[in-house]
Design a protein around this ligand. Sequence first.
Ligand code: NAP
Length: 285
Amino acid sequence: MKSPTLLDGKAISEKIRNGIASELKKTNADGNNPPTLATILVGNNPASETYVNMKVKACASVGMLSKYVRLPEETTTEELLSEINKLNADKSVHGILLQHPVPHQIDERRCFDAILPEKDVDGVTTHSFGKLSMGSEAYFPCTPYGMILLLKEYGIEVAGKHAVVVGRSPILGKPMAIMLTNLDATVTLCHSKTKDLPELVKQADIVVGAVGKPEFIKSEWIKEGAVLLDAGYNVGNVGDIEISKAKDKSSYFTPVPGGVGPMTIAVLLLQTLYSYQGKFSPPLK
Ligand code: NAP
């Protein structure tokens, strides 16, 4: 069997970021204002703080501005909605990112859905989800779209393949299943009530780990030659797939770290650039 190919999210994301930076150099040379991403962080979750800081730094690295809105742990839904509405109305803001998760007293779905579709560069609104489902242009959830861009970059055929997605959250597993369906894969979407998960994964040509449990998907479940996409990022720098062993059976695999994570941020920047340019991400097919 051919030795497995590492899907180098770090390198591909750098390529995307360099493309954005040079595009903006040209645009800003004409004296235009750069694109601006507004990031809202509610509360004191240290992991969320790290993610937001990474996104703010990433904006600066390509010549974008960021606006950081920091709200206290006890913020109410109404208070958060009012901040979102201010950013919706602010013409200098091209994209809005509400860092997930928000404190439990907040109606997260209501707040996500308050983001204007034209500024939903993180692809979290029901509106964007509907557009994705219809195969239209839209802003797509960044992590699954990052995985799709990796498949495209490496010329991995998806049509007719059996993809098994483990995890069905609205920002990750579920949209990934839709994206793969749109690209003509046959998709099995698994979750905590799924029966015989190992048997299903054993049938997969493409396995997507989107569970949030360290090395939950075992190497014994992996079919020879499968493509492994691991969105999981758990304590100890491990993903949701037991990748150290499973990669030897795979044809392609994403490492953790350096696979899906950097692609997520690159897609966020890309969609912010598109918003600045007044367009959406193109249909997947
Ligand atoms: P989530 O909202 O907690 O969803 C987890 C999903 O896994 C749920 O659909 C759940 O099923 C399913 N699940 C839980 N236990 C299971 C089991 N025993 N068997 C099968 N399915 C099971 O998590 P998430 O936000 O989607 O994140 C998942 C992982 O991706 C985390 O490690 C997170 O850190 C990572 N992530 C990474 C990035 C990135 O940029 N790289 C971005 C987002 C998330 P139910 O629906 O039935 O509860």
